[in-house]
Design a binder for this molecule. Sequence first.
Ligand SMILES: NC(=O)c1ccc[n+]([C@@H]2O[C@H](COP(=O)([O-])OP(=O)(O)OC[C@H]3O[C@@H](n4cnc5c(N)ncnc54)[C@H](O)[C@@H]3O)[C@@H](O)[C@H]2O)c1
Ligand SMILES: [Zn+2]
Length: 411
Amino acid sequence: MKLPTKPKDDSPARGQFAAETYRQSFSVSFDYPVIFTRDVFNPANPLLADVLDRKREGRRHRAVVYVDNGLAGANPRLLHEIKEYFHAWPDKLELAGGPTVIPGGPAAKTDYELLRDAMWTLGNLHLDRQSFVIALGGGNMLDALGLAVSLVHRGLRMVRLPSTVLGQNDAGVGVKNGMDEHGQKNFIGSFSPPFAVVNDFNFLRTLKDEDWIGGIAEAFKVAIIKDAAFFDFLRQNAAALRQRQQPLMEELIRRCATIHLDHIREAGDPFEFGSARPLDFGHWAAHKIEILSSHRVGHGQAVAVGIALDSYYAMRKGLIGQGDFDRIIEAMTASGLPVWVDYLGLRNSGGELEILDGLKQFQEHLGGQLNVTLPDGIGGKVEVHQMNIDLLEDGIAVLGKLAGRTSTTSS
Ligand SMILES: NC(=O)c1ccc[n+]([C@@H]2O[C@H](COP(=O)([O-])OP(=O)(O)OC[C@H]3O[C@@H](n4cnc5c(N)ncnc54)[C@H](O)[C@@H]3O)[C@@H](O)[C@H]2O)c1
Ligand SMILES: [Zn+2]
């Protein structure tokens, strides 16, 4: 009997496919000022008009203004002052729309209506890519509105006026925006440097205590892994910062914001193509706490708890001493930050800590292998690529004890 013949395979042998490759390569440079000031809407203050006109384009600049509802509610005259400011600088400025009050707080970062409304409004007002959106608010509102602004015509000019401590020392000065979606922080978002950032310290006076204190966590974050002298400053002034001593907070913001700016500029990866995110010490747990708590725990407070957990871990790994760990806990506590929230001890039906899911999500967000930044001595840092679950369990038990709580709350 004749055996069936094998069909002829005429596909090329492995490695023999034709290809023509044209190598495309260019870089784009970004350049924006971050300005620290006061009384930005005083009609006699030329700063904001000059900022919009910084390219000396010789025309009136069309701008729409958006204001966070928390900021607007605490400053009843603010909308009027903004309008008056535009009237005072008619040669340089035209108020094309607003000031419009929009939701601030975590709701802003989960609300598609806000995103869509803002985009439609910008379209209805016929803003073009040379026009401006001026946004006054906290990190949540800036992140969400920033995403909308980066999408319309592929990006209008955005001038951020952060109005919280965390906005001024971190969220508002960088190159990222986003929304919390799909059960994850910043699941949707884009990299989009602003046209300018103006930090008016006077805005901070009306913050609620928890929002004043929350921003201190980002200062601990950068100090512990980058700047031992800044950590000493925070330790020495923790109680005074909590008591709202404004000049100390202004110094904290300047130092923390410039550390962030230096890092974005000098670390060689402003758009985070690699999988390391060295300024996100404490953030894998923080982001999960925010989601687990349905945002009842604010970003700053969640970061403080994440720092406490990863500092414990670093101590157990011999990266920092027991004295360093104690100083971190004492200083954060003295500044009013928590080192424990009950969400840290939540377990799923299988008995596993819910927080551990944060490690997977952190890795997936950045891509590649897991990269967790830990302190290496105070002021130094090291990247690790796996975390020992038993040590994290120990850390959660220790922090729970410190707070007089149990770590075995079940979900
Ligand atoms: N894009 C980034 O690079 C980056 C970096 C760090 C954090 N973030 C994000 O920032 C967010 C947290 O921002 P946040 O801490 O500013 O919180 P937030 O935006 O929720 O503001 C806190 C509260 O203060 C209110 N508020 C704002 N300014 C006020 C003022 N001057 N007076 C009175 N009330 C005022 C707001 O309405 C809100 O209720 C998180 O979503 C976090 O993920 C982003
Ligand atoms: Zn943060």
